[in-house]
Design a binder for this molecule. Sequence first.
Ligand code: 2HA
Ligand code: ZN
Length: 280
Amino acid sequence: MIGNIDNLLNLANDIFQKKELKPVFTQVGTIARYLWDRGWAERNAGNFSINVTGFFSDRELDHLSSYPFFPLSKQYPGLVRTLFLLSGTGTRMRDVVENPTEHICFVYISDSGSAYHIISENQGNTAVKPSSELATHLAIQQQLLQKKSTEKVVLHAHITELIALTQLSPFTTEAAVNSLLWGMHPETLLFLPDGVGYIPYILPGTENIAMATVRGFEKHKVVLWEKHGCMAVGKSLSEAFDNLDILAKSARIYFQCKSTGMEPEGLSNSQLKEIRDNLA
Ligand code: 2HA
Ligand code: ZN
């Protein structure tokens, strides 16, 4: 059943005006500003998804399945009747800062798990379509739900410092990159004791990168995409951002030490062990 355009406009209006979502929109604007200010979201780089199903009643969700619908290239049985806020494809983070709701859309996964309905603030030609990394966002969101995780957010950004590390052959393995990042600052190990996952280069926007990224998230809260960027999860957009920010700090310390012409010492194994023992 496809709803008529007036109903669709009313529905979009109800969702975008929902008062419980206002703080979410505010946080979207704040984090977009941080990403833009740090140079981690050039042009249309970066994207995010937030599972907002819990903000809506079953009745409200029922209405969502009548609107513009698109087939998915695979089925997501774990996402049936879930609703996500997603950044729009082609969206510039610097524009998201100015007006978050104009550059996001809501994606509702159908009862079959193999199609999605889009609800955007504007309809027709100006309707916002979801991020080009939709496949990866849906795959990770499904994994989070299957793990019964409290994490609801997936954030992708082009963290310059971390991309630069993945361009240096000594750091192109999970073990090597984690050893470097942990060694540069005690809080990296403190907040990310499981380290990062490392995915050798794969074409962005594909099912292949989505599948590899899901494997990376089995054990980590952040996954590096070689020569491209990073994906992070968090309970909020702010927490996902923090997970990337901590890692960027470590990478920056490394490059600043190198710019003196000297090698950084890194935290010793006994110092790292002390931090780990203290975590337990
Ligand atoms: O959103 O960063 O990887 C644009 C991208 C694609
Ligand atoms: Zn990207």
